[in-house]
Structure formats: C-alpha cells, structure tokens
Design a binder for this molecule. Structure first.
Ligand code: NAP
Length: 268
C-alpha cells in the first residue's frame, strides 16, 4: 500500500478486534505504530506478534480514552518517541444490547457517548497541532449504526451519529490545513465487541449473539480500511447493504428500518 511507509500512526483499541487486525495489516507496510488500549497484556502479546512482521518496534501505551489527560498523554508519548505524527485512527469503542424500554442502568448512555464520541474528540484535539504540521489524517471508526437507526443499539447509534456529525464538521475546518478526515463505517464484524456489549443492567453479555460465520472478520475489515486510509478517502462503508441503504433511506425509510430490525434479529 503506497504512501503508508514510515508514517507514524496511533491506533486506539489496538488490543482486540478491528484495531488489532489493523495493526497487523499496517506493520508490514512499514508504519511506525503507537498502539493503545487499556489492557497492557493484550497489547504486549500484539507487539510479540508484530515483531516478525516489521523492523519498527511499536510504542505501547496503556490508557483509557475517556479522559482528556490520557489522550494528551498518548499524543505526547508518541511525539517524544517518534518525533512526529501522521495518522490517528480513532477505533476504540463499545456497544450495548438492550431495547431502550428495558434499559435499567441509564449510565450506559453516558459511557457510550464518552468512549465512542468524546474519546475520539479528545484524542483528535490533542493530536491536531502535530497533524497540521505533517498535513496528516484523522481516521475514525464509526459504524453503519452512525448512518441509520438500529434497534437494541439506541445509545450506541446515537454515539456514532455524534461521531459522524463531529468528524464531518472537522473535515471542513481542516481542509485548508490539508488534514484529511476519513470515516469508516463497518457493518457487522467478528470481534470482542458483541460479547462485551452491555445489557440493560450494564452487564457484558459474555457471549456473541451474532452469526459469526455470516459476517466479515476483523482482518477483512482491516484490509478494506487500508486503501481508504492510504487514499485519504472521505468515507468507506464495508457492506453493500450499508452503501445502498444510505441512499434508499431517503426514498424508502421504512424499508431500511425493517432491514435493520431483521439484521439484529438474525445476527448478521
Ligand atoms: N464489530 C462490529 O460489528 C463493529 C461494527 C461497526 C463498528 N464497529 C466499531 O469498530 C470499533 C472497534 O470495535 P471492535 O469491533 O474491534 O471491538 P472490540 O474487539 O471490543 O475492540 C474494542 C477495542 O476498544 C478498546 N477500548 C474499549 N474501551 C476503551 C477505553 N475506554 N479506552 C481505551 N480503549 C478502549 C478495547 O481495549 P481494552 O479493553 O484493552 O481497553 C479494544 O481494544 C469500535 O469503534 C466499534 O464501534 C464495530
């Protein structure tokens, strides 16, 4: 993939799922990776896997993106280690799995907004001076749930709609600085997120309700993200139904509601 060699790239949520797969896809391209998440042991195991794939040793930072100070620490550490910064991939996220009328723990709504929307906003704010200097790029992993409503995911969908509005606005502000903003909208992907989804009481489900054989892998998702990032695309949606649904929704919104309802019921 042309253009990514020697780029300094921060990836949040690198310990699992899509972020981990993206790190494994970017390392062989010669990227200088800054890998962050909360679970230090999982990050360390990733670094061991990457050792065979790249001559650059990644920088690992255990941090919670819910805090602006932690986000500043991630950027400061990246700069003091590598000296510059080209790309920030805001990937870390979490989800829920409950109808709103069955939601007992309302703090879930704030958690989703903090991790999925405020975290990327904090990290991007800390990174901006360095991204302007490098004419770099902000990447954010949103979701097809950021483009349309999804039952049992009301708070998640709201947080991803916030992400869309925020980064679409930022793209306009940064155009004159030649900093690109790329929004990735995955459809269902096999990862840890479904097992970790919070139920109405705020407890992780502990098992995935998805039909995992019928949805794409995190590795496939990462491979689709690479050209979108390298070409500094505006938006990339991983599924055909996601791409078509965006336009069909304008003409037949009820049809799209039904497709979303069936997808959740079927788990794919
Ligand atoms: N999988 C899907 O079907 C799907 C579909 C559409 C969009 N997405 C989006 O894709 C992104 C990646 O999700 P995934 O599916 O790969 O999920 P995942 O396997 O659960 O990975 C989520 C990552 O985020 C990190 N994370 C969670 N909370 C964090 C926090 N407060 N601070 C720092 N890191 C945190 C986790 O690491 P630690 O626990 O170590 O902190 C983990 O590395 C998310 O934004 C998600 O919304 C996923």
């Amino acid at each position: 993939m042309q253009g990514l060699t020697d780029k300094v790239v921060i990836i949040t949520g690198a310990s699992e799922g899509i972020g981990r797969a993206l790190a494994k896809a970017m390392a062989p391209l010669g990227c200088k990776l800054v890998l962050t998440a909360r679970n230090q042991a999982r990050l360390d195991s990733l670094v061991q896997e990457l050792a065979q794939m790249s001559h650059h040793t990644p920088l690992v930072i255990s941090a919670d993106i819910s805090s602006p100070d932690s986000c500043q620490h991630i950027v400061d550490s990246a700069i003091s280690h590598f000296g510059y910064l080209d790309i920030v991939v805001n990937n870390a996220g979490m989800t829920m799995w409950s109808r709103f009328d069955e939601l007992e723990d309302l703090t879930i709504l704030a958690k989703l907004m903090t991790v999925n929307y405020l975290g990327p906003a904090y990290l991007t704010h800390s990174a901006l001076p360095h991204l302007k200097a490098s004419q770099g790029q902000v990447v954010v992993v949103s979701s097809v749930a950021g483009l349309t409503g999804v039952p049992t995911r009301s708070g998640y969908s709201a947080s991803k709609h916030a992400v869309m509005g925020f980064f679409d606005s930022l793209r306009i502000e940064l155009a004159d600085d030649n900093v690109a903003v790329t929004v990735i909208c995955p459809d269902f992907v096999v990862s840890e997120i479904h097992k970790r989804a919070l139920d109405g009481q705020g407890t992780p489900l502990g098992r995935s309700p998805m039909q995992e054989s019928k949805i794409i892998s995190a590795e496939q998702c990462a491979q689709m993200m690479l050209p979108a990032i390298a070409q500094r695309q505006r938006m990339m949606i991983t599924s055909i139904r996601g791409r078509l649904g965006r336009w069909l929704r304008l003409l037949a919104p009820k049809l799209i509601d039904n497709i979303a309802k069936k997808a959740i019921a079927a788990g794919h």
